[in-house]
Design a protein around this ligand. Structure first.
Ligand code: ADP
Length: 151
């Protein structure tokens, strides 16, 4: 898929974001230097709704409140369909490790094959490479302070 120069460059930044971390925030801010707008697409599973999930969605909205060129979309279908629905030709993702890379490459290959969506992978800055939503959730569930990991 070629990009026509007069079209705005829209990227979708899909993820679970449960919760949104400083690692995600960093990828988003760096993505905004490359794209005209970024749609943060939160993968939601209606069957897995919980008070914890709801809190994390509210946290995400607070973190992105007032940010220009950013919008939030909740989606429970295929990422490529979400991308098409907002006119995004690019998908933004972050890579922390070789394990992330293998996973992201597979995702990028499949998404490109089924819809022509182009993936842009940003390598995590070292100060964020150890932050994951699952670790933050684990710490939170035991009452630990996670303020250094989330915006
Ligand atoms: P998913 O369940 O789709 O992997 P996540 O919310 O865990 O959703 O992550 C969304 C994207 O953000 C993924 O590309 C992931 O690799 C990236 N990411 C997560 N944490 C970080 C981090 N600390 N630094 C950079 N990228 C990250």
């Amino acid at each position: 898929m070629t990009h026509r120069s007069h079209e705005p460059r829209v990227a979708i930044f899909p993820g679970s974001f449960n919760p949104w971390t400083k690692g995600h925030q960093s990828i988003l801010e760096r993505g905004l230097q490359m794209f005209d707008s970024v749609v943060v697409m939160v993968g939601v599973n209606p069957l897995k709704s919980s008070p914890q999930r709801q809190q994390s969605l509210e946290h995400l909205h607070r973190c992105l409140d007032g940010m220009e060129r950013v919008s939030i979309l909740e989606w429970d279908g295929l990422t490529v369909d979400a991308a098409r629905s907002v006119g995004a030709r690019f998908m933004l993702r972050g890579v922390r490790s070789v394990a992330d890379f293998e996973y992201e490459r597979n995702l990028a290959d499949v998404n490109h094959m089924i819809s022509g969506l182009e993936t842009v992978l940003l390598i995590s800055y070292p100060e964020y490479s150890m932050i994951s939503s699952s670790v933050v959730r684990e710490l939170q569930s035991h009452g630990a302070d996670v303020s250094q990991f989330i915006p």
